[in-house]
Design a protein around this ligand. Structure first.
Ligand code: SF4
Ligand code: SF4
Length: 515
């Protein structure tokens, strides 16, 4: 940990920082006047107070190297984290009915989830999916706080359970974390960077496979980058981005860049579960508490110091909760934006409580109402409204999905004149048909009018052929005798489109003619 900076008074005219160079005559408050260029006695950057745990007041980086507390929650988080990593790496390789479980083909504008492909015409389905995902996050946050941040977010999972263990291995602090007792040599640092690079390359390739599929990715990896320059640049950019994030940016991503963390204040309420310090029990805190008997009853809000008879809480100011915090905050200051609810401070404090013969839970998962001694109700307005919206979106999704055909067909009137009359007294209407083949095989599409007086045919003759997932905008002519129109110039009929497999769509259409 870096040495604490002096407190800068708010009304100080020019904030002074200690002399870096310890030059002769320096009083440490910027008054020696040596005039050296790098002599840092004052800083215009110095903020009035610390803005972020990762930034010192002069703007330099405060590197956070948390210790490790291998307690109850840490073991469960580690189990989940390695399960999630395995899931992320395996998922693009899994197939269902020959299709990938997940493939987001942006170039083709096709999204495959669990073997079902969504096309650009499936906007309502995708909107329902997004609604379900968005309100599920809101519901989980309302109930369990930032459980996603601490337990499931890739940023936390990879940083805490892949990259920090690599740091600890190379810094010789494996299993305990914190600062290394000896500075790692240059060779170790190069080796560490190499391991980071391999991990980031692997993650970038896995990430790319979600968008291009594993088969295409494997083929690209055997080719020269000049044969797939765009994909190569994307992969290179992703690798550099991951290296920047996990080597340098790290926990700042949660504090500065992630929008989810910023929305916490509106998504949490007093009944949401959070990681919180029980100040009623912990205060007044006092350093160096001696071990009390396990059998001794715990009095709240505080016990009396056995020697001085002063009131004292259970917090012994050991600093373990701060030392293990991956975002460098002190949970005893209350609920903070930077807290990702990883429960490392809970494990650390429970361990300390065990050692001093006090019950666990000075820092624990609870709600703000729970801390105040009020009942914590699961059922409240937002925990009813969110599931209702999720249920409605789910039902809508299933209804729309079940009404989907093996192909989509949408008839659009051609711009310009609505109809033309030929010499043989036949009226012609021109349309375009948006056809999407949603099946797994190549299909040919025919069209006919169900009204024998009208004749419908593809303008370019013959059949329209589409491969799986392909779409087209096919021109269509419909002709009918002029005398069959009604007096107001309309003629209503149905068009039937059929594919090779025998699936048909019957589409009502209004034909236009002279009055
Ligand atoms: S770990 Fe517990 S006892 Fe130690 S400083 Fe934090 S709250 Fe106090
Ligand atoms: S305060 Fe506790 S729960 Fe919050 S980020 Fe720090 S260690 Fe994790």
């Amino acid at each position: 940990m870096s040495p604490a900076l002096p407190i800068i008074p708010r009304n100080h005219e020019t904030p002074k920082l200690p002399c870096k160079n310890a030059c002769a005559g320096c009083t440490g408050n910027g008054g020696c006047g040596s005039g050296a260029d790098d002599h840092e006695h004052s800083s215009v950057l110095a903020a009035e107070e610390q803005v972020l745990p990762t930034l010192r007041r002069d703007g330099s980086r405060n590197w956070i190297r948390p210790s490790l507390s291998q307690g109850f929650y840490w073991h469960r988080r580690r189990f989940l984290a390695y399960g999630l990593i395995a899931f992320f790496v395996t998922l693009p390789h899994l197939r269902i009915a020959g299709k990938p479980y997940v493939l987001m083909d942006i170039a083709k504008r096709e999204f495959t989830f669990f073997g079902h492909t969504f096309y650009p015409t499936d906007t309502p389905l995708l909107a329902c999916l997004m609604l379900m995902a968005f309100f599920s996050i809101m519901l989980v946050t309302a109930l369990a706080g930032r459980v996603w941040c601490g337990w499931g977010c890739p940023q936390t999972v990879y940083l805490e359970f892949l990259f920090r263990p690599i740091d600890r291995f190379f810094n010789n602090t494996l299993g305990r974390g914190g600062k290394s007792r000896r500075a790692p040599s240059g060779l170790w640092m190069v080796a560490k960077f190499f391991v980071y690079l391999i991990c980031c390359l692997f993650l970038a390739h896995t990430f790319l496979s979600y968008f291009v599929g594993t088969d295409r990715l494997a083929a690209w990896m055997r080719m020269s980058p000049t044969q797939h320059p765009v994909a190569f640049l994307v992969m290179g950019g992703a690798t550099i981005g991951l290296l920047f994030n996990f080597l340098y940016f790290r926990e700042q991503f949660c504090m500065i860049a992630c929008p989810y963390g910023r929305f916490q204040s509106v998504m949490l309420d007093r009944k949401s579960f959070i990681v919180a310090y029980d100040s009623k029990r912990g205060e007044p805190r006092k350093r160096g508490k001696r071990i009390e008997s396990q059998a001794e009853p715990v009095s709240t809000p505080y016990t009396l110091d056995h020697l001085s008879l002063e009131p004292r809480g259970d917090c012994i100011e050991c600093g373990r909760c701060t030392a293990v915090c991956p975002t460098g905050i002190d949970i005893r200051d209350g609920l903070q934006l930077e807290c990702i609810h990883c429960a490392q401070c809970v494990d650390a404090c429970d361990d300390i409580m065990g050692k001093i013969g006090k019950p666990a839970g000075l820092i624990r998962y609870t709600s703000q109402d729970g801390l105040a001694g009020l009942p914590t109700r699961l059922i409240r307005a937002r925990t009813v409204i969110y599931p209702t919206i999720i249920s409605v979106a789910t039902v809508l999704f299933l209804v729309i999905l079940s009404s989907k055909f093996a192909f989509d067909a949408r008839i659009l009137r051609m711009p310009g004149a609505p109809f033309s009359v030929a010499r043989d007294q036949h009226v012609q209407n021109n349309f375009r048909v948006r056809l999407v083949n949603r099946s797994q095989s190549e299909q040919e599409y025919s069209i006919r009018s169900t009204n024998t007086e009208a004749v419908a045919r593809w303008s370019n003759e013959g059949l329209i052929t589409l491969s799986p997932g392909e779409s087209t905008l096919a021109p269509l002519d419909v002709q009918f005798p002029i005398q069959t129109t009604s007096g107001d110039g309309f003629k209503d009929t149905h068009l039937e489109i059929a594919d090779t497999s025998g699936q048909t769509r019957d589409i009502p259409i209004r034909l236009l003619g002279p009055r």
